[in-house]
Design a protein around this ligand. Structure first.
Ligand code: ASP
Ligand code: ASP
Length: 349
């Protein structure tokens, strides 16, 4: 075995996974995933999404003291195997604002560093009283494994290149707010007539996948735009076909010209193994700068899940400009994650 392969096996064993990248459900124990888990966006019906957004709106209308009673005395663990600023902080603040007690376990400061498996870490957290776990992990499928071994509600805060369901929900709420639609009521026609472009490193992006699965179900047309290195023909396993609400485009300018919303994505350097990309050429063809935006999409809403690499996929001027909704997205992260946490505990408001 090469040194690299040995390392991969050790790493997989440490995660308690038989294959690190794609975990098949048959490799895990329990058939039962606790209700209230949020593992992927596809598990939510349009009615479920509408329910989460309606709860978000009701929570926003409450005062802080009322909100703080909703999960008082409950314990929530945040288990993070990849770095995060927005997702971790907003989940943590959301949980605290509902009155819950939180604890953070990250790979840098725990027995994970010593090789403890995901399963054992999960069981340990459960034994310590965690009633729900928010998990970020580099392996697709890790949240499902944790859900099955612990029986606890698990909230997926990003798993590998797979899913980031709460990000798609917060992006949806941001779009609704900025397009002047009622964020508390959605159905399968809410985004009819709205074109959303998702641009850049599509193939490595769990944000792109979750949004591309959610937005068409509310009526949106979604254009995935990027170079072939970052957006192969069969993108995200979603397989756009004629007549489907998903399209693939290579030309950014013409895509911009058709879009009401443009979601820019970071080039995920940490996941680029084996991809050769000419960065200067990429910037020329796909960077969103003021001139391009003014020329092709002077009214479009500009979004980005963060972290932004200013000067690469987007210029600082656009990121800070009036068309950008990047901070609004972050704020919606806090709002929507409160609703997702209440759902995990089966608490209605
Ligand atoms: N990965 C980004 C960050 O760390 C956003 C996130 O937290 O999901 O800021
Ligand atoms: N924050 C997003 C994520 O965690 C996007 C990114 O990292 O670029 O997937």
């Amino acid at each position: 075995m090469t040194e690299l392969a040995t390392k991969a096996v050790v790493r997989d064993a440490a995660m308690g996974l038989s294959t690190a990248r794609a975990l098949h459900p048959s490799t895990v124990n329990s058939p039962v995933v606790a209700a209230g888990s949020l593992l992927n966006i596809e598990q939510l019906s349009v009615a479920d999404v509408a329910g989460i957004l309606a709860t978000t709106t009701r929570l926003q209308a409450m005062n802080a003291a009322e909100r703080a009673r909703l999960l008082a005395g409950r314990t929530i663990a945040l288990l993070f195997y990849e770095s995060s600023t927005r997702t971790r902080t907003s989940f943590e603040l959301a949980a605290k604002s509902l009155g819950a007690m939180t604890t953070l376990v990250s790979d840098k400061s725990s027995s994970i560093e010593k090789g403890e498996t995901l399963k054992d870490t999960g069981l340990t957290l459960r034994a310590l009283g965690a009633e729900a776990i928010i998990l970020r992990h580099p392996a697709s499928g890790a949240p499902e494994l944790l859900a099955r071994v612990t029986g606890l509600p698990i909230l997926n805060a990003g798993d590998g290149m797979h899913q980031h369901p709460s990000q798609a929900l917060l992006d949806l709420r941001t779009i609704l707010l900025r397009l002047g639609k009622d964020p508390g009521t959605v159905d399968s026609k809410t985004l009819a007539g709205v074109t959303v472009a998702i641009v850049g490193d599509i193939s490595h992006s769990r944000v792109a996948r979750s949004n591309a699965q959610l937005l068409p179900r509310l009526g949106a047309r979604v254009i995935l735009c990027g170079p072939v290195e970052l957006l192969p023909k069969t993108a995200l396993g979603l397989d756009p076909h004629e007549g489907s609400p998903l399209e693939i485009a290579r030309d950014f300018d013409s895509t911009l010209g058709q879009s009401d919303v443009v979601m820019m994505l970071r080039i995920q350097k940490e996941r680029l193994a084996g991809v050769s990309l000419d960065l200067a050429g990429y910037v020329e063809r796909y960077q969103l700068g003021v001139e391009r935006l003014a020329a092709y999409a002077p009214k479009a809403l500009v979004m980005h899940p963060g972290p932004i690499i200013r000067g690469l996929e987007i210029t600082g001027e656009v990121a800070d400009g009036a068309q950008a909704a990047i901070e609004l997205q972050v704020a919606q992260g806090l709002a929507v994650r409160r609703a997702v946490l209440l759902r995990a505990f089966g608490v209605q408001v």
